[in-house]
Ligand binder design. Structure first.
Ligand code: FMN
Length: 149
């Protein structure tokens, strides 16, 4: 059962959570950017794929969107989503819905159980993700891995 964590992160908040999940599950964590778009990653060899992003103006990070749109898998996979955000309105639901649509359109299954925590920027939500957030992310990841094998 191979797992991987893919994420895009402008300010590092989502990266922090991604690394905690990867440590908990003892798997690789890969940052997706416009220049690498995780080219080196063989997703076909993975059974469970974690995808994380911060929210920018109600949207997922464009790097992860571009990557997920272009990725072509031999067989559909199971995905689990995680977010860091500032807590603005229903942007959380919007972002989950957008990512789900991209993945499900290609026949993949997306776990209904996603993880979200605050991620600070400037003076807002300062200190997040904090230790409580990273611990909660680890618990969530373990649960997802145990229920999707
Ligand atoms: C330019 C900008 C736009 C943002 N837009 C939103 C938003 O629409 N909704 C929200 O809840 N948080 C918003 N945030 C907060 C980020 O989603 C939050 O800080 C997140 O942790 C950033 O993740 P990253 O550091 O991994 O990029 C915004 C932050 C910035 C800097």
């Amino acid at each position: 059962m191979k797992q991987i964590v893919l994420y895009a992160s402008k300010g590092g908040n989502t990266g922090k959570i991604a690394d905690e999940i990867a440590q908990e599950l003892m798997c690789e964590s890969v940052k997706v950017t416009q220049t690498n778009l995780a080219n080196s990653v063989d997703l076909d060899s993975c059974d469970l794929i974690f995808v994380g992003t911060g929210i920018q103006y109600g949207n997922p990070n464009q790097d992860i969107v571009d990557y997920l749109k272009t990725v072509s898998l031999k067989k559909p996979k199971v995905f689990a989503l995680f977010l860091t955000w500032g807590g603005a309105g229903k942007t959380k639901q919007d972002v989950i819905a957008k990512l789900k649509t991209i993945l499900e359109t290609k026949g993949n299954r997306v776990s209904e159980d996603y993880f979200v925590c605050y991620g600070g920027w400037n003076f807002l939500r300062r200190g997040h993700p904090n230790r409580e957030d990273t611990q909660a992310a680890r618990v969530w990841a373990k649960k997802i891995a145990n229920t999707n094998i």
